[in-house]
Design a protein around this ligand. Sequence first.
Ligand code: HEM
Length: 511
Amino acid sequence: MLLDGLRWAQLNLAGLLPEAGPRTAAATLTLLLLLLLLLLAGTPLALWSGRDAAAIPGPGYCLGLGPLVSHGRFLWMGIGSACNYYNRMYGEFMRVWIGGEETLIISKSSSMFHIMKHNHYSCRFGSKLGLQCIGMHEKGIIFNNNPTLWKAIRPFFTKALSGPGLVHMVAMCVQSTITHLDKLDEVTNELGYISVLTLMRRIMLNTSNALFLGIPMDESEMVMKIQGYFNAWQALLLKPDIFFKVSWLYKKYAKSIKELQDAVETLLDEKRLRLSAAEKLEDHVDFASQLIFAQDRGDLTRENVNQCMLEMLIAAPDTMSVTIFFMLLLIAKHPNVEQAIVEEIRTEIGDRDIEMEDMQKLKVVESFIFESMRYQPVVDLVMRKALQDDVIDGYPVKKGTNIILNIGRMHRREFFPKPDEFTLENFAKNVPYRYFQPFGFGPRSCAGKYIAMVMMKSILVTLLRRYHVQELEGGIEGVHKRNDLALHPDETGASLDMIFTPRTPGLLRQP
Ligand code: HEM
């Protein structure tokens, strides 16, 4: 190939420089030869730098151009879209570079299963400066990449998100949904259209606050701050170090981050005051007080307590609000599914509100939730790091390799009978859990996976037994989405509002 290039250069030189003397031509040829030597010298470097992943498909190193282009693609397209692009180009187990580090993008269930179940993949990755900027570097849980610190923090979350908390959440979700539906006018515009995303974010924040913190707050203000924080997190997670050298580039993100951090700190200060004035501490044993007690014992720093609280407050509004928004759009588009859900609510629950005991009985609602998360996911990928050398599906994986599990793509490529269609048939038969992982699994899986299911069922049932939902034009396919850290609708473009029509009480039918 290089010789072909030289021959081409010689011919073109002759054509381009007809009146150049033999001296000029010779000098130019020498220059070209030098370039060739440089290229040849660069090739071993390229081969060397990719030697351990030689068998893994992916773009070439090309004197460092490959890593630059692949990192650039992540920044430009968004993480989720870049992963889909690379899996399409190079297959379901492939390699790119992010920040110069080898990064695997995997959408094969067998490899995913291996990674999720093993402890030596229980770390994530991201720009250290970016994580420091958002307060997640070695703090909180979600992107805490220090295995020892993460291990100490995770039990606070699992405890709060299971057991009695899970049971209390049902009544809290029902109550919060009813209260927010009673003041729908706050999220309805002059045409009668409802901002479902705002409604859901308020319900999520309200229930999270009730269960995990218990301090009154201005919900609408806090929802905006959470939005700002999420945008900063998404924007900074993979930024190259050079970005953080120019303060005006990240100033606006730093401002949004600080706004939420300050708000959470104020809420926790109030919580500390209430705890110190409380007569019986047993009445206050929630997530926030457990964190504060751990700080008093010297087990957690104040910054860590603040970050854990912040992450617990953002977890549901960031994931569940958009998930339920997509679900309502899917219901609006599939009246037969709506009918089946409403019928199940009528036969299994009747006219009362949903309770914990109903959860197992709601098979249609559950299949609908699963199929929605499969067909239109919000959390499309999982980021991990290899903490030791390994071999996955025959490929060598070195310690320190970054890994992105492209779960959204896996859900559309394996097992399901109609992968590109939204249909409850996809969950008609039992789905082996290695083929369906919307929450991940294993030691670093979603800490909120059980409570998320309980919340989604409670909110959907409470809403659908009161309202029939309709989309405005475009529906789910018409919503412009960006697939980055999460797959979210673009809220700057066309309206995302919906119409809610009250059902006749007792009949669970639209008027
Ligand atoms: C539809 C709703 C949700 C989805 C699809 C979802 C999905 C996920 C996924 C895929 C992960 C990464 C798992 C992995 O690395 O294997 C995760 C992590 C996490 N999720 Fe969720 N999640 C949801 C709701 C929630 C809720 C409601 C909470 C808490 C209130 C929560 C708390 C967490 C936490 C704390 C982590 C980090 C766990 C760790 O790093 O140890 N999630 N979630």
